[in-house]
Design a protein around this ligand. Structure first.
Ligand SMILES: NC(=O)c1ccc[n+]([C@@H]2O[C@H](COP(=O)([O-])OP(=O)(O)OC[C@H]3O[C@@H](n4cnc5c(N)ncnc54)[C@H](OP(=O)(O)O)[C@@H]3O)[C@@H](O)[C@H]2O)c1
Length: 224
């Protein structure tokens, strides 16, 4: 453990899925002083398999999924939705390896035509993940904007928004801090059931990105 520049203690983070989202967030957290382990199916592929560069920042390493999760307090789940259950299995969810840990769920369960793949009772992906890792503390976050905005969330000198939803206050504090560390305005939208709205907000962002707006836009909350 070491101090980062605002005097707060760094966090131990496992990133499962080292693609656009996992690579971007994990690299940025490591650059901010956090300890980051990228959990990969084939860690022998090395640092260059982590999206965003050929070498890793200090404080980051590659590992198997199980090894990355073992020492982590926070687990970022950033695989495609169709791989999420397998990835939790590789992490050891069935053997209690995720018990008590914060899971930051970035996945968007979408099918053809951006159809939201809800569970049988209308559950969000995040609620399904909570059911697959029942003693973990799931927070839905980092699903409502593109990975380019995770690299740089600031437009015209002002933060853009990152909404999050979850049932556990301590896990939400982790989510809030890790989003704020990257430059987002982090806003708590309530209990994990609210992930249903966040997954639909992601559909809106994606459909706008496919249209005239392209991927270089973000949502912001303004107040008076
Ligand atoms: N792209 C965005 O802008 C964006 C924004 C918000 C949310 N999301 C959501 O974030 C998630 C990731 O999106 P992405 O664009 O980052 O995807 P991506 O670039 O395709 O990366 C997915 C990563 O997951 C890994 N993976 C797949 N199955 C795995 C498993 N069983 N165990 C461990 N790792 C596994 C892949 O590794 P291999 O190289 O081994 O296949 C790859 O590194 C998706 O659910 C997406 O809906 C994406």
């Amino acid at each position: 453990m070491h101090s980062i520049d605002d005097g707060e203690v760094s966090m131990r983070i496992a990133v499962i899925g080292a693609g656009n989202v996992g690579g971007t967030l994990g690299r940025r957290w490591a650059e901010r002083g956090h300890d980051v382990a990228f959990g990969m199916r084939d860690p022998a592929r090395g640092a260059s398999a982590v999206k965003g560069g050929v070498a890793l920042p200090d404080g980051a390493r590659v590992a198997t999924v199980a090894d990355a999760v073992r020492g982590a307090e926070v687990v970022l789940l950033a695989t495609p939705w169709k791989s999420a259950r397998d990835a939790l299995g590789e992490a050891g969810a069935d053997h209690g390896a995720l018990d008590g840990k914060t899971i930051l769920d970035t996945t968007n369960p979408l099918g053809a035509g951006l159809m939201h793949l809800a569970g049988p009772k209308g559950e969000s992906g995040a609620e399904q993940i909570q059911a697959w890792a029942p003693n973990a503390r799931v927070v839905k976050i980092f699903n409502t904007t593109g990975f380019e905005n995770m690299q740089d969330p600031v437009y015209d000198g002002a933060a853009t928004v990152m909404f999050y939803a979850g049932d556990d206050a301590a896990a939400k504090a982790h989510a809030h801090r890790l989003a704020t560390d990257l430059g987002f305005e982090a806003i708590d939208v309530g209990a994990l059931v609210r992930a249903r709205e966040l997954e639909h907000l992601a559909v809106l962002w994606i459909s706008l990105a496919f249209g005239d707006l392209g991927r270089n836009f973000a949502f912001r909350v303004v107040r008076r």
